[in-house]
Ligand binder design. Sequence first.
Ligand code: ARG
Length: 463
Amino acid sequence: MAKNKNNQAIWGTRIKKNSSNLFKKIGNSIDIDKRLYKEDILGSIAHVEMLFKQKIISFKVKNKIIYGLNKIIKEIVNNKFEFEKKYEDIHMNIEKRLFKIIGEDAGYVHTARSRNDQVITDFKIWIKTASKEIEINIDKVIKSSIKLAEKNIDTIMPGFTHLKNAQAISFGHYLMSYVEMFYRDKKRFKNNLDNLEENPLGVAALAGTSFNIDRNYTTKKLGFKRPTNNSIDTVSDRDFVLDFLYAVSVCSMHISRIAEELIIWNSEGFNLIKLSDKVVTGSSIMPQKKNPDLLEYLRGKTGNTYGNLFSMLTILKGLPLSYFKDLQDDKEIVFKSNDTLINCLKIFDEVLKNCTPNKKRMLELANTGYMTATDLADYLVKNCSMSFRKAYEKTAAVVNLAEKRKKKLNELTINELRKIEPGLNEDVLKVFDLNNSINSKKSYGGTSFDNIKKMIMKYKKND
Ligand code: ARG
């Protein structure tokens, strides 16, 4: 009997006819979910150890199954395993192979479990590991950002709002703003761990099981913190998938925002940064071109990660409890998002290592657009006892005057300034110096050179 059965689906006794060819073609997921092989085998080993401990299977059967599973893992690692589409997914492929290796005793492995709890157990373990891998790659980007920031603490550049010159800032401070984003990304992946720590194994198809299983045992064995509480919710729940896809989306959104900015700064119009030849490409017709293709790749890929998040949200919308085939697509979606983000983080790290500020141009641009106007208003509040609104008006008049005379603010004379505010002391002129302007922003989190140094030190200590 075993002989005949080996070549057919597990449900061959009940479903007598073969699936239609079209269904055979589209109904399997092995090409995608084979990535779960390690987690699947670990899950099965923990499961049979528990079954033995609970006296549900014998010592001999447990050992045979574990022997077979260990052999399978070796076969897969050494590319000796034949994944077969006709067995649908990774779980059935492994079970079928187990039958071939150890014979009928393989039939005990699926006692008190279903693929419904099996697949999410595998998937939660996989996502936990993937999140850690993403964190390692985020750390590399953080390190490169800090390194570049440290070299550019006193590199002055224009800070923009609405892409218009606003106030002078340090390029180092700017780079440290990326670090904040990436730390939040890491936290987002960490925050997801709490849901990922709940063990689904043992809820079986949707109702639990009549076998006297010990879910706390498999929880411990598989590195979870506690078993899930409700069998129906467990097999239906893909919130942990959404959390992961959202965290990936936000991280890639950060990369995309920065990429867009660097693309703008790399344009001839701005010319604030230079990208080394390692991270640009040429044009097939215009010999002079050096295009920031990699940055454009990063900007664009966010569209894919958002798309994946929305695919999953849409699959789940209105889906009744508990398991449906609709859910099977979760793996492809997550794998794609994961791979895209890992790629983007690696590329972004490479870009950071190949990006240098054009300090001369940054300073030149920072000297245009009356960027010390707010400094003058602050001075007036502090030294001429007037409200900020009044000082704002006076400063606007000073800017109008400078514009009319085609001068920069620091080119105005004290007499010209006194036309607008007669009581002015000559020391007012120092507010127009960009170094002074930056250094005056000492409030916590501000751009003063000292603040940046301290912040960089703080992050390097935490490292
Ligand atoms: N490959 C399936 C999936 O990922 C495993 C669960 C199958 N369960 C079922 N009742 N058909 O969703």
